[in-house]
Design a protein around this ligand. Structure first.
Ligand code: ADP
Length: 642
């Protein structure tokens, strides 16, 4: 490749332009954070170089002393941030600076409301990084060279943040990245050593690399100007310091750096483990879920250090997927410095660190659960934590205690009821924890299956998240009480039912036997059985799953996600012998009308639990025909307009 490459002008991804406009407007009141973002990137670039250099020492190019330099030029009206980290190749600049590679970008833009206050919060959650330069700069020039590449492979990128950027190959001997901000007019406050130092100390003190600024002095005798480097930050690992010395602000700023988040974390968990396997963890729970959290493969936010040296990012070995919302660092004293991902896979120490860290996090959550903040945690991360019941059998009981649900206790969609609360409120003679799963909260809350439970004042947990279907099959019991879906199997309330009720039900079954047979004949393709129930008080019928079969809503979930399953199990139709419609059906002599009644009954039961009809048009027609054949409706009686 020759050095003579022409300058190209490329367009930003449309979203980038939109993001820039929004950011400049919404973050202006806190504009100094641009420096934190750029220093944070520079520090990451140094981490990446260190990691790659573990297997290729030559990448250091005889310069292993990694630093970040901050400079300003009053005359040129610029600030420069330089690092000797990994640097970028041309394609990397285009991919990483010209596009937003983050997953969830589309969702982010769809979630913007146009309301500035709300969008400002959202943008913080999205993380703006490099683009925050444009809050204070009307032009940004970035030059960079990837470690290990020749000096003729440097890259220069420049943009005024107006939808376009230029990119060209340049000669660049220095490894790493240099970013020059051409300040907008009126931003001269940043052209001050004192102010810049204060901003660095405020936001970036925890950065483990030295952040240096030039210190200019004059030697009076020789009448010479001397420029020395002055380290501005403390440059020691925050987590290695003792807890009592660390201020809440320092924790927060460190969090914003590791998590690439603008908001304060919900809590931090800082622990030193001593003994045979020594390690320190400094972990955070964010206040808000990132956009890509639902992807179980999305990047995990834990960085691994060995004796303060950064080793690698978010290896899934460090924490199980159900804790993927955690952010922070784990620093081991005992792992080898050249630890690779392969070694991590089969390392006893790593296993111990992982299980120890999980326990610490669960303890922190148990403490958090005693505070008001837990509601925030649950809203943001509850769905992910539920995966723990399925994934982590060893900690299942502890995780189960941390779960929160809605229930018929207050019919409130807020999930605030724990299994312990439920068990405390169980009625005398109640042996099981009842729950219902449905597609959404409204469907769960008004399901006909709850009628008898409401009548008898028995609490039922209302579950309506996709993961709940799996939860139901993994969380079989809690504190010795079985969890029972109210839509599955024959209703058996045990001691909660009195003898008369049981006898009445049996009697109804006997008397209605011929009717049940007739109904079953009509529905032979659709149901496996038809039986009398006393779980309904106001609805005429409902569908239940066989006690061994899958829940109907789980089956629908699998079907809709295109997964194959052994299912296809037919439900059981249960009818309410007390309902007037049943009397009408029983007395119906016209065979075709009897069929219509029965099919309508079945379709209704399916609809009321959120199912989909095979033939909705036919259902509507049958209903209308029945209306017409009733009372003062008649096919010959229509509105006339003459
Ligand atoms: P984030 O840091 O959240 O990923 P940014 O927009 O700040 O988002 O940066 C985008 C990407 O550009 C980074 O992930 C990194 O790959 C690259 N980058 C930014 N600054 C530097 C730098 N100083 N050195 C090397 N790469 C950088």
């Amino acid at each position: 490749m020759t050095t003579e490459t022409h300058k190209e002008t490329l367009g930003f991804q449309t979203e980038v332009k939109q993001l820039l406009d929004l950011m400049i407007h919404s973050l202006y009141s806190n504009k100094e954070i641009f420096l934190r973002e750029l220093i944070s990137n520079a520090s990451d670039a140094a981490d990446k170089l260190r990691f790659e250099a573990l297997s290729d020492e030559a990448l250091y190019e005889n310069d292993a002393e990694l630093k970040i330099w901050i400079n300003f030029d009053k005359d040129a009206n610029t600030i420069t941030i330089r690092d000797n980290g990994i640097g970028m190749k041309r394609e990397e600049v285009i991919d990483q600076i010209g596009t937003i590679a983050k997953s969830g970008t589309k969702e982010f833009f769809n979630s913007l409301t146009g309301d500035e206050t709300k969008d400002t919060q959202l943008i913080g959650q999205f993380g703006v990084g490099f683009y925050s330069s444009f809050i204070v700069a009307d032009k940004v020039t970035l030059t960079t060279r990837r470690a290990g590449l020749e000096s003729s492979h440097g890259v220069k990128w420049e943009s005024a943040g107006d939808g376009e950027y230029s990119i060209e190959i340049i000669e660049r001997s220095q490894r790493g990245t240099e970013i020059t901000l051409h300040l907008r007019s009126g931003e001269d406050e940043f052209l001050s050593e004192y102010n810049l130092q204060n901003i660095i100390k405020k936001y970036s003190d925890h950065i483990t690399l030295p952040i240096v600024m030039p210190k200019v002095t004059t030697d009076e005798e020789k009448d010479e100007t001397i420029i020395e480097e002055e380290v501005v930050n403390t440059a020691t690992a925050l987590w290695a310091r003792s807890k009592s010395e660390i201020t809440p602000e320092e924790y927060t700023e460190f969090y914003k750096h590791v998590a690439h988040d603008f908001e304060e974390p919900l809590i931090h968990i800082h622990n030193k483990v001593e003994g045979k396997n020594e390690y320190t963890t400094l972990l955070f729970i964010p206040a808000r879920a990132p956009f890509d959290m639902w992807d179980r493969n999305s990047r995990h936010g834990i960085k691994l250090y060995v004796r303060r040296v950064f080793i690698m990012d978010d290896d899934e070995k460090l924490l199980p997927p159900y804790l993927r919302f955690m952010r922070g660092i784990i620093d081991s004293n005992d792992l080898p410095l050249n630890v690779s991902r392969e070694i991590l896979q089969h390392n006893k120490q790593v296993d111990l660190i992982r299980s120890g860290t999980v326990k610490k996090i669960l303890t922190a959550l148990e403490n958090l659960a005693k505070t008001d903040k837990y509601a925030t945690f649950w809203t943001q991360f509850g769905k992910v934590l539920k995966e723990g019941v399925i994934d982590d059998s060893g900690n299942k009981e502890r995780i189960a205690k941390l779960l929160r649900f809605s229930s018929t206790y207050d019919d409130n969609s807020t999930q605030a009821i724990s299994l312990e609360d439920y068990v405390k409120r169980m009625q005398d003679g109640q042996e099981q924890i009842y729950y219902i799963t449905a597609e959404n909260f409204a469907a769960a809350k008004s399901s006909p299956h709850l009628e008898i439970f409401r009548k008898k004042n028995i609490e039922v947990l209302l579950l309506s998240e996709q993961i709940d279907e799996w939860l139901g099959s993994h969380l079989v019991e809690f504190e010795g009480k079985k969890l029972q879906s109210v839509t599955k199997g024959e209703l058996n309330l045990g001691d909660l039912e009195n003898e008369t009720e049981k006898q009445e039900a049996e009697k109804a079954s006997d008397v209605l036997k011929p009717l049940l047979e007739k109904v079953k004949d009509v529905l032979v393709e659709k149901v496996s059985d038809v039986r009398v129930t006393h779980r309904l008080t106001s609805s005429p019928a409902c569908l239940v799953a066989d006690s061994n079969a899958m829940d109907a809503s789980l089956e629908r979930l699998l079907k809709s996600s295109g997964q194959s399953f052994g299912g296809g199990s037919k439900p059981i139709l249960e009818i309410n012998p007390q309902h007037p419609i049943m009397a009408a059906i029983k007395d119906e002599e016209d065979e075709s009308r009897f069929k219509d009644w029965v099919l309508t009954l079945f379709d209704q039961a399916l609809l009321s639990e959120g199912g989909q009809l095979d033939d909705p048009a036919m259902f509507v027609k049958r209903i209308n025909d029945m209306f017409v054949s009733m009372g003062n409706l008649s096919s010959s009686r229509i509105i006339t307009f003459d």
